[in-house]
Write a protein of this length. Structure first.
Length: 337
């Protein structure tokens, strides 16, 4: 059959249309984005921060997200290897040596403070020192100000499993601060007077403080801010020698106060190079201890999950988080809430 000019023109148009349809199949389609994996550390502020950032990354930037649970060092190792791409809470000074190694090797990039106005150390209920007239509690340790006063008061903290010593309530296995606390007990000569009671979970640690406080009992142990318990309970941080970089080493037995930590956002270097849009957002992610305490207090008071606490943050603090991202990303996130 002989074709006229119009028929040839029609075939050309049809051919071009088919070509445009086929090109995406042959590799011209937009590249599929990788899944962003967050290191899910075992305490609430880290998990809530993960879910705030993940919701923005997923609904604002179009990435899939996932979480890998682990402790301080295993998450850092996973961040170096690329099994984890994002850690929203690197407590820098608590892991300074391995963290510096990761930075120096070029495996990890530090994006700066999430928040830095925090503290940690050994605490007792303030009513033990000052009393609490409203609750009818007399001061049982009015002279307790420093860790060096603790030998005089060990009987107030008597360990129910070893009544020859007081109990120091330490943090959980896998946290670097747990080992530091154990060494501090020996450095200060307190292992003669106190057992080193390592709890099984963050919930057990906070629960032991909350349970003692509700009864007006004695309690001695490690904790940190931001946390809901230190937002809710009046606790006194015991004095130690002022932080000294030369003393705060394993060789010197961590013979001084904890530093105020830089709690930073860190990312896997290869992921950072490949995903500059997410890096810009995470570099802008900045909060405060007071803000963290508010969110954690909401979580405790309402029995909210970490996901629900993240949604509370995104709803209540829109003026803050929308400054972290471009307007089109903010609009997409708000539409997904």
């Amino acid at each position: 059959m002989k074709l006229g000019k119009r028929s040839w023109r029609g075939l050309v148009v049809l051919s071009m249309a088919l070509t445009l349809l086929v090109l995406p199949v042959l590799g011209c389609a937009p590249e599929e984005k990788e899944t962003v994996v967050f290191g899910d550390l075992s305490w609430d502020s880290a998990q809530v921060g993960n879910r705030i950032a993940a919701f923005i990354v997923q609904h604002g930037y179009g990435y899939e997200v996932d979480y890998v649970p682990g402790d301080t060092i295993t998450i850092l190792q996973a961040l170096r290897s690329g099994e984890v791409q994002v850690n929203m809470e690197i407590w820098v000074e608590n892991q300074i040596e391995p963290y510096n190694e990761a930075l120096d090797a070029g495996d990890v990039i530090d994006l700066g403070n999430n928040y830095g106005d925090n503290y940690q150390g050994w605490l007792v209920p303030t009513y033990m020192i000052e009393g609490d007239s409203e609750r009818g509690i007399d001061a049982t340790a009015p002279g307790l100000k420093s860790v060096f006063d603790l030998p005089d008061y060990w009987e107030l903290f008597k360990d129910p499993e070893d009544k020859s010593k007081g109990r120091f309530t330490n943090s959980i296995p896998g946290w670097m601060c747990t080992g530091i606390n154990t060494q501090k007990l020996a450095t200060y000569g307190l292992d003669e007077y106190y057992t080193d009671f390592v709890v099984g979970s963050d919930a057990a640690l906070s629960g032991s403080m909350a349970g003692a406080y509700a009864k007006g009992d004695s309690w001695l142990g490690y904790y940190w801010a931001p946390t809901w318990v230190l937002g809710k309970f009046d606790m006194t941080l015991l004095e130690e020698p002022a932080y000294d970089e030369d003393l705060f080493t394993e060789e010197k037995g961590y013979a001084c106060a904890y530093p105020s930590n830089n709690v930073n956002v860190a990312v896997n270097a290869a992921f950072a190079d490949a995903n500059p849009d997410v890096m810009e957002f995470l570099s802008n992610f900045t909060t405060t201890t007071a803000l963290q305490n508010e969110v954690l207090a909401y979580m405790q008071e309402t029995e909210a999950s970490t996901d629900e606490a993240a949604m509370f943050f995104l709803a209540e603090y829109e003026d803050l988080w929308t400054k972290w991202v471009p307007s089109d990303v903010a609009d997409a996130v708000k539409a997904a809430l």
